[in-house]
Write a protein of this length. Sequence first.
Length: 373
Amino acid sequence: MPPIVIDVRAADDARDVVHRAAQALAEGRLVALPTETVYGLAAHALAPQAVARLVAVKRRKPGHAVTLALRSLEEALDYVPDMSCLARRLARRGWPGPITLVLDATHPEGLPRRLPDEVRRVVAPEGTLGLRVPGHALVQDVMRFIPGPIALTSANRGGEPDARTARDVVDSLQDDVDLVLDDGPARHGQPSTVVRVVDNELMILREGAVPERTVRRLSSFMVLFVCTGNTCRSPMAEAIARKIIAERLNCSVDQVEDRGVIVASAGTSAVSGGHASPEAVDVLAKMGLDLTAHETQPVSESLVRQADVIYTMTQSHLRTLVAQWPDVADRARTLCPSGGDVVDPIGGPIERYQRCASEIETYLKARIDEFEW
């Protein structure tokens, strides 16, 4: 029987489409879903017969693992509880999105052990697991209505071109797929980038929608400093930190980012495009650091989400961040190790700025060993 094809864009009720897809998966049928990369063929990962059928339809060679699609990084940690810092960085910054992480799946408390044996042999045949959080709202909606993950692979026969449209899916799989959701051409039109992560080292297994250069930037360790206006305290901390890190890595300040460390600063009440205060520029110039090109920026969700560690100048800044983004509580702390405040020198004499810079440098040297680059 030919597959049922639903034009999502013309549907009267998108919720009905989501429910039909979720029900089909729950009943053990195969569903072709649009993703941001290419169209994917999905089976409920708790339904062994559906997963076996997916492998047969795909003509997948034995030992070639099928990816598990999950809802979030938090769910991924249930499958790989000992996920490395680098893998977490890639997941936090690249998900939802076109990155598949291949990770060791041997932790005794990991959820792969609770998958049916037949499914585990398909998704983790060699003790590793491919995990992805698709960046398509429809897939996310469907997954919210089914228990557990879905097994997801490209919706084409092995060796054939990737399916970029619903028509491609039907032409390739014909009556071997039960339901096809048509949401027009896939946004990227190429598969996800597959990244193998072992401890804190990565290897690109397949370069897809995300170039290797971008993957490596996403994997960088990022330090964010936060004050109020981003004109003196946090930009001074940014510049001084970059100097200390360069000394630790035995490279120049300009090479720090190339060595996998990103240092940034922002302000809770900052406006975009302003400059560092003249006093801060002068004080850091005497330390051999240049703040003349600094541009102020407000704290944003993107910055906070990407940062591996956030140092605030005061307890008030810390409370502001945690109140707005509660999930940063385990990554944010005051720059002062004892929890004290770095007093704002704004409006004071140059000597106050000098004391502030010296205080920041002292605290940074005490904090440097916390960095997990």
